[in-house]
Every structure is written in C-alpha cells, then in structure tokens.
Design a protein around this ligand. Structure first.
Ligand code: 26V
Length: 845
C-alpha cells in the first residue's frame, strides 16, 4: 500500500464523531470518495495535499498554497463523477453538443464548484476546524478572464446550465496564457497590465497530452524581433494539447468538460539541433508555436484584422473538429450519422472556419461527395450572432486564407460558386443581390464575409434577444434571411442563477429559499411565487434588510481592499460593462453633470444622496472609450473636492472590472443603468443579473430590456428614450446641436465640461468628446436621450424616498426574472436547434 493509501486507511478507520461529521461523511460517500477522511482527522482533506503535493507543514502554508490544496481536495471529490460522466457518454453514445467559442469568461471556480457540489457544509466545517481565513484563501484564486465581455460570459453560463440540465456537452476554447488585460487607473487614465493568470499553475485543469491533435498549416511562422513573420509556401505542423476543466452541474451529478487548446511545436524539443550545439535554436520552434495561444485579443469593438487572431481562430476550429470527428469515429461507423451524434454551435463568427474545415474533412479525408458533405456540414453546424455593429462583423482578407489555409479558400470559393448559382436561379436578373449575398466582398482587398459563411454553411442562425433577432433578419443580413427564412430564429440570452444569485447574494437567496423553498435554483420560474409577497410588509422589510446587508458587505470590502469609503445609505447606482460609445457611459456621465449643476445652483435642493459606480475596460486602441474613463475619473475627483456637493453625490470608477467584481457589486446595487442607443445592444446580460438581484432598471428599449419590461410590466422599470424605430427614422435629420441650443440643462452641462472645469490642469483634453457630441453628429444620440434619462432618474429618486414601494417593485422584478435563467435559453437551444436530450449519469457507476 502506498503512503497516501496508508494514511487514507487510517483516517477511514475513524468513525464520525459528531452529527456534523456524520453529514460530511455521508456527503463524501455520495461521491464515492473513499480516500478522503473526516475533516477533523490528522492529515485529512485539504492538508494531505499540502503535505504530499507540496511537502510542507500545513501550519506554515501560504494563502496561495492553502487555496491550491483546498481546490485539489474539491477536485478529488468531483474526480470520480467526472470520470463516470465521460464513461457514461461513451457507453450510451448520445448526441452531444459542442460549444465552440474563442472566449469563456469563467471567473473563479472554487466557490462555484463548492456550491454546485453542495459541499458548503463540508467547507464550513473544515474552515472552522482548521481556523482558516476563508476570505483570504478564496482571494488567492485569479479570475480566469478568458474573454472580453458578454459573449464570453454567456458561454460560461451556458456550460453551467448544460451540466446542470445533464446535457452531454463539451465546451471548446483556447488556453490563453494571458487573459483579458488587468486594468489600473493612473491619473484617471486606463493602463493595461498583462494578466498572466496561469503562471502559478491552475488546480482545476488537467493536461491530456495523449489526446493531442495535429494541425496542418500552409505556411511556417517565425518570431523575428518579437513580431510574427510568415514564410509563405512552406507548410508546417502545429500540435494542439488539450487542457480539460471540470464543469460541475448543480447537484454534482453531471461533470462536463471544458476543453481548452494550447499550441505547441510538433517536437517539444528539437534534439537534432540541440545535438549540433544550437540550444537556443532547439527551443525556438517551441516558443514560436506557443505564442499562438499566448494572448486573448482584448478588442471587442473593431475587426482590427490582425493575422495572428485569424491563426487562433483556425487553430481552435482545427483542433476541436479533429477531436469531435475522432470521437465520432470511435463510436460510429457511418458518416451519415454525424448530425445525429453531434451538434456544433458556433459562438459568433469567430469559429466559422468550421464550415470549410468540416467540408475539408468530409471531402478530402472521408472521401464523401460534395453534396453529401455539404448536407452533413449544414445539419451539424449552427451559428449565433452577437452583434450588428458593422465594425465588429468579421471579414478576413482572402490573402490570409491563401497563406495559411489555401485548401479552405478553394472550398469557400466552391461554396460561393454554388450560392451564386442559386441566387441567379431564384432571383434572375437581380445582380445587386448577388453582390450583397456573396461570401466574398469586393474592394481594394478581397475579403471573406464570415457571417455569410456561417449562415450559408449551417442550419440555424439565431440572435440573442427578440429585437436583435428581428433586426438581424430585416436589416443586417436581409437578403440571406429572404433566401433561407426558416434558418433564422431567436434565443433570448439568460444567465446562470447559481453564480448570479445563489452564490453571489447569500442574503437574498437565503430569503428567497425561506419563502419558497430551493426549487428556484434549478427552475427559476419558481420565483413567480414571490409576486404575492410584494404586498407583504414583512417580506418587503426582509428584502430591504437583505439589500442593506449586501451593501454593507460590499462597502466593507471596498474600504479594506482599496481604501475608498462609500455610504451604504445612499442609492447605489451602477453601470458596469465594457466601455463603448453605443453603451453610452457618456450619457450617464452627462446626467451626473446635470445633477451636479443643479446642486451647485441650489445647494439646499432636496436630494436623495447617490453613489454612482462605473466599472469597465476600454479596448486598448479605442481612444474615445479611454477618454470617457478619464472623464468619469476627473468628474469623480472634482465632486470629491467640492464640499458643497460631496455629501450628496459621489462618483466611483472601480478599476479592473471582472466576473468577481460583478459578483460583489450586483447584489449591493439599487439601480442598474442599461442605456444603450436603441438597436445597438444585442441583448445585454448584466441587465438580467441585476434584475434577479432586486435592482431596478433604468433602461432604453433595447436588447433584452424590452423583454424584461414585458415580464415585469413597464411600471416596474424606468424605461426612457428613443425606440429602435425612432432612432432609425430620425437618423437623417437628427441634429445634436438643437439640444444644445434649446435645452438649458444640456447646454450648461456641456459648457461646464468644455470650459475645462473638470480638467483645469489639462486644458482641452475633452475636445474629442465635444467633437463626438456636437461636431460629428452624435452618432449614438446621447443628447436626444439626455432629458428623458434625467427625468427617469428623478422618478427613481422619488421612489427611493418611499422604501416600501421601492421594495415592492424590486420584489416584482425578482419574481418576474425567471425567463432570464440560462436554463431556459439552453432548453430552447436543445429543443429547437440541437435536438439533444439529457443523458443522466447513474447514481452509482
Ligand atoms: C467581437 C470581436 C470583433 C472582432 C475581433 C475580436 C472580437 C472579440 C469579441 C467580439 C465580441 C463582440 C460581440 C459581443 O460580445 N456581443 C455581446 O454578446 C452578448 C451575449 O450575447 C450580448 O448580451 C451583448 O449585448 C453583446 O454586445
């Protein structure tokens, strides 16, 4: 027996001593965790990882070491279920979902896995027994920031829902060494710092080198003076090494896998070159190959067109499809069965090279005819669109295809030839339509329209909220929607209530469970049972008390982590999301200037004190977005140093917005700002998180806000501003100057900004804001909506003065938020796009 076995044996000898220990031992038995002893026992549970993995005395372990050991212990508990999930899928061979995404914004895993495994009692016990500083320990886990924003976080919520609903699913992504940059604020400006999140290793991932795949490229690439150079016409190979992460379904029954690919050179080490004396040369190739998955592109606003990003997209697709096809071939003989065994969802166009790649595999490797291959490809793939912004729609130069994947270009040309034949056949004489529909965009440089490729090469195209799906069909890709109307559908986004309510808001989730039981955790529609409690004074008071507790918890954290003091008795008014012109953080800042002016003019004005929180990152090359951050910080500084107003309003820009910060701030918020120009925010998902945490929305009729108002009733939100139609119809004659000339408060606010009031030592720095709002036409119509926005916010203040009515509205929002669970979204994908059923893993494998 090995040493670990001996210890485990001794530990297991001990009978449970207290009822609590008994419960813990029962829990462990449920998971079949023989080798783990009782928490109170010597060397048991997490301490054995400190001793045997780290060879250290648990008493002197650092917080980081304790975090790793704890995570490994939790991983021990889920390991056997993880194996069992995999073997169940292998033996039952159900149809599987493959979710391909360049981004998975996972955040932290330890607390999430503990909650989903129902292990909180065990952990509380261990923490008490060992006298651990739990808050310090969990702070050691870096956020896995492998995404930019909404699209990446949605992918992570979907994984949680698929595992909870026992769907056989695999997430495929890239194992970036550097995730989303870390943001700091220096003199008000955003500074980007590298996020080497994996440097100290990650306790959740498991490398699977035996399952590596080979990727063939049409060129070789080299690092020359730190930048990439491509050697055309010299084919080369890369290796994709899979790193698996567990995705724990709620209740711990299903443990699915998120498989992230890391790039490596075919030989980790070139021994020939080493033997010849070139040590540096021997590792050079490895270094070059690894750079492919080194960093996440931190720009979600423009198609910057970097070649390396194109390489990354192909690498994700090639590795994932090789893996999917290998698995399919292991358990199935007939290629015709592919669509019955695999549903591949493309998260935006980023993995849309899956269309020509699957065609290449079926035609070149499986030797199927074109028509059969095309039929299988289309039936297997489905595509989700997440943005209508033209500058964010992917179009890659034909030249990049020629260099990297020339065979795929041939296939795309053939798809396009057939598409053009179809257009000519169905719309004779309509040449304009041919140009508009074509996969290839003409111009100074030929480009492939990746959205067209994804739509034509799949059986389903969906938008992410009703209004967005409609606009996609009727404007952005109208011609294709006319050709293939049945392919287009809507799947309104959702968020996982496990992370975004149960875990992040213990105060409120405890209250909800007390009132209606635990059913809401896996069926969020149960929340509708809270509706009647909006009229119950006792419940309203309990809600207000829970909100106040969450605010104090946040306030304490903010003070201790950054020294910033905020008052929990003020309205917490939040806008947290990527900084983008269309999301209109600038509109929010303008209304704060309006409020500031009112207070300056009338210091005795009766106001409900507010704290305005902003958080979000700007793409490093997005100059105006960075200037907006600077403006918000200068506004904050001016207000702080003005004794006449600083007790009434305060602006706080929270640096380094990430999943963990959202988990802290959302439960503590009172007001959620969802104020994009109508027609531009595809859905939004933070709007839903705020709603289920009893936060009132001030919002435009855009994205999922519209559906939130439908669910809760308009009277329970503060909707304002131009509608999609009004934005569209007024584009041709909109004149932002009119608002400046005719609205005194608008004018006063802008004059104050442009008088350098907020930039005394930096004259003129906000001129680009003036240009944006007044000179260049105010494309996102800030000034058109400013007045109605201010009015909506006045109504918010008035309501806050009567806490009972406020609480009733908040409770009605919570009780109407059931639709916005990602479980509902995934049920729709599973039923209407994927045609997959759940595949429960047996209790005892
Ligand atoms: C776009 C691009 C452009 C090209 C290069 C790199 C890159 C990386 C990411 C993106 C993502 C933009 C799309 C996006 O995140 N959309 C958001 O998706 C959310 C989930 O569906 C939705 O709630 C938000 O409204 C939408 O903005």
């Amino acid at each position: 027996m090995n040493t670990k076995g001996m210890i485990a044996h001794e530990v297991i000898q001990g009978a449970p001593r207290t009822p609590e220990e008994w419960r813990v031992s029962e829990l462990l038995k449920q998971y079949g965790c023989g080798p783990i002893g009782f928490v109170g026992s010597e060397n048991a549970f997490y301490e054995r990882h400190l001793v045997f993995d780290r060879i250290i005395n648990p008493r002197v372990a650092t917080a980081r070491e304790r975090f790793e050991a704890f995570s490994h212990s939790i991983r021990d508990i889920l390991a056997q279920r993880w194996v069992l999930t995999r073997s169940t899928y292998n033996s039952l061979n159900p149809k599987r979902v493959y979710y391909l995404s360049m981004e998975f914004l996972i955040g932290r895993s330890l607390t999430n896995n503990i909650a989903n495994l129902l292990l909180s009692p065990l952990v509380q016990h261990a923490v008490k027994e060992k006298g651990l500083d739990w808050l310090e320990l969990i702070e050691e886990e870096p956020d896995a920031g492998l995404g930019n924003g909404g699209l990446g976080r949605l992918a992570a919520c979907f994984l949680d829902s698929m595992a909870t609903m026992e769907l056989p699913a695999v997430g495929y992504g890239l194992r970036y060494e550097y995730g989303m940059f870390k943001q700091s604020i220096v003199n008000g400006w955003q500074k980007e710092n590298p996020d080497n999140w994996i440097r100290s290793g990650d306790p959740w991932e498991v490398a699977r080198p035996t399952e590596m795949v080979e990727v063939k490229l049409g060129c070789t690439f080299k690092l020359v003076a730190g930048s990439f150079q491509v050697l055309r016409g010299q084919p080369s190979n890369l290796i994709g090494i899979p790193f698996d992460r567990p995705v724990v379904g709620y209740g711990g029954k299903t443990i699915n896998t998120l498989r992230l690919w890391a790039a490596a050179a075919p030989d980790y080490f070139n021994f020939e070159e080493f033997g010849a004396g070139g040590f540096a040369g021997a590792v050079e190739e490895t270094l070059e190959a690894e750079s492919l998955t080194r960093v996440l592109y931190p720009d979600d606003s423009t198609m910057a067109g970097q070649g390396l990003r194109f390489f990354q997209e192909y690498f994700l697709v090639a590795c994932s499809l090789a893996d999917i096809v290998r698995r399919f071939r292991r358990f199935n003989k007939d290629w015709d069965e592919l669509p019955e065994k695999a549903a591949i969802q493309l998260n935006d166009t980023h993995p849309s090279l899956a269309v020509p790649e699957l065609m290449r595999i079926l035609v070149d490797e499986a030797h199927l005819g074109w028509d059969q291959a095309w039929d299988l490809t289309r039936k297997t793939l489905a595509y989700t669109n997440h943005t209508l912004l033209p500058e964010a729609l992917e179009k890659w130069p034909v030249e990049l295809f020629e260099i990297l994947i020339p065979r795929h270009l041939q296939i795309i040309y053939e798809i396009n030839r057939r598409l053009m034949d179809e257009v000519r056949h169905r719309f004779p004489g309509d040449e304009g339509r041919e140009t508009r529909v074509s996969l290839i965009e003409d111009g100074s440089q030929l480009k492939v329209r990746m959205a067209h490729l994804a739509i034509v090469g799949s059986h389903s195209t969906n938008g992410v909220a009703a209004v967005h799906s409609k606009l996609l069909r009727t404007t952005t890709v109208r011609d294709l929607a006319e050709m293939y109307p049945r392919r287009f559908n809507n799947k309104t986004n959702g968020v996982t209530p496990r992370r975004w309510l149960l875990l992040c808001n213990p105060e409120l989730s405890g209250l909800i469970t007390n009132a209606i039981g635990e059913g809401w955790i896996t069926d969020l529609n149960h929340l509708s049972r809270l509706k009647v409690l909006a009229d119950d004074a006792g419940f309203r008071d309990a809600f207000l008390a829970s909100k106040r507790e969450a605010k104090v918890r946040f306030t304490d954290w903010l003070r201790s982590s950054s020294g910033v003091n905020v008052d929990p008795d003020t309205i917490f008014d939040c806008q947290i999301k990527r900084i983008h012109e269309y999301k209109r953080q600038l509109l929010n800042a303008l209304r704060i200037v309006v409020v500031y002016n009112r207070l300056r003019e009338n210091p005795n004005l009766a106001t409900v004190p507010r704290t305005f929180f902003f958080a979000g990152k700007a793409a490093p090359a997005y100059r105006l977005a960075k200037l907006i951050i600077k403006f918000i910080n200068n506004l904050a500084g001016t207000i702080d140093s003005d004794p006449a107003v600083r007790d009434k309003i305060k602006v706080v820009f929270l640096p380094e917005y990430n999943v963990s910060l959202a988990e802290r701030l959302i439960p503590a918020s009172d007001v959620s700002n969802q104020i994009s120009t109508a027609g531009y925010e595809a859905s939004g998902t933070s709007n839903m998180k705020f709603m289920m945490n009893g936060v009132l929305t001030v919002g435009t009729r855009d994205g999922a806000n519209i559906e939130m108002a439908e669910e809760a009733g308009e009277e329970n939100l503060f909707m304002f501003g131009l509608t999609v139609e009004q934005v569209e119809n007024s584009r041709s004659w909109y004149n932002s100057h009119w608002h400046y000339d005719n609205e005194p408060e608008t004018r006063a606010a802008l004059d104050l900004i442009f008088s350098d009031y907020f930039s005394r030592n930096e004259p003129g720095i906000f001129t680009p804001i003036r240009d944006c709002l007044l000179t260049n036409g105010d494309h996102y119509m800030h000034l058109a909506d400013l007045t109605s926005y201010c009015q909506a916010q006045e109504a918010v203040s008035a309501l806050y003065a009567t806490p009972e009515t406020w609480a009733a509205k908040a409770i009605r929002n919570i009780s109407s938020s059931g639709k916005f669970s990602s479980d509902r979204t995934i049920a729709e994908y599973a039923g209407e796009i994927w045609n997959v059923q759940s595949c429960p893993v047996p209790e005892n494998g």
